[in-house]
Write a new protein. Sequence first.
Length: 409
Amino acid sequence: MRFAQSPIHLLNLGNVSLLICSVGILAAGCSKPSFEANRLAAASFLESQDQQKVDELAGSVGELVEQVFGPPDAPKWPENAPTAVDMAEVERCAGPVGRAYDKVERGLYRKHCVQCHGITGDGAGPAAALLAPYPRDFRRGTFKFKSTSIGSKPLRSDLVKTIEHGLPGTSMPAFGALRNRPEFEKDIESLAEYVVFLAIRGEVERRLLKRAVDSEETPSLEDAKRVAASVAELWVNASANVVEVPLIPDVPPAEYAASVERGKALFTSDQASCFKCHGNEGKGDGVSQDYDEWTKDWTIRVGIDPASKSEWKVMKPFGALKPVVDRSRNFHLGGLRGGSTEQDIVKRIVLGIDGTPMPAITVSETDPNAFNLENVFDLARYVASLTGVKPETEAATDSGTANSAKGAQ
């Protein structure tokens, strides 16, 4: 009976937070968590499922990375690394949820993100295995929807846009409502800073694991600091890799209809080959479907067939989730993840989607083997027609406001 009464006793004392912790709810905010060592990357680089070997490598590198970046409740910036994040905002996002002495809310990452993306940013939070697609693993340093070239780091504005507007068709919600309250209106920018911190920390860990395997020696603290500086530099210089995306012009209705028809023909041509992944009608049912780079890291690149359970399950003890094909988008569903306006679609055609089978294209007015601007605009208008996005002129007629569709970008 004493055990049955203890929760009531706690409530009578007003110690609700202790009761919550005792039943395992919001445990991440009540305990002192640690950054999980990247055992999956360690197993991949070692090309071994020897748990002792993997744990020794992942543990030694993990301890080194914690010396450089600190634990989740007390993050710090690496010595001598260029300043790539605002540590005041990182500290505000880190740690348990609550309010500090200055009445400013803290622990934003655990409040909004940890249930899906995990404390470490590994995309393996408590809800991750139930979601499709899985939450993003930040540790690879790769982000899908951005303004920079394939292989480059995103701008802060790219991350802010994703957090603010969410990703339609996924479990990533829009946090734009935070803008409606003065005390929360800058939280999205703060969270973007913390995501960058986790991405830098995670990529440094991956690089050190790879170095340890290649050299057969445990990296030193100085090695870790040098790697941290080089990864931070990539983020500092992200703006140098911005790709100028041409603006799609407004055209009269008759010209628009002709452009859509040209786009349809191009979509199903061997030149563009969009149909191979997206299907002849853009329903995402093409014959060519593939896995994303996060999955290939620990499967195909180490000789594991992600379609074979008997092969991929050997990586399960190290944190692997069931491999899922990164299916091409069904445009008829609308709500494109990178944005559904014609200009957004132009951007995705030109830039591709990093980490996925969707490639970037080369735009040239002189190379006969490349796409020219007219090709890009035709394709974008055709895809927009499949999603239900109206032409600019038609949207303006409906709303009485010119360029209403572009104004929503």
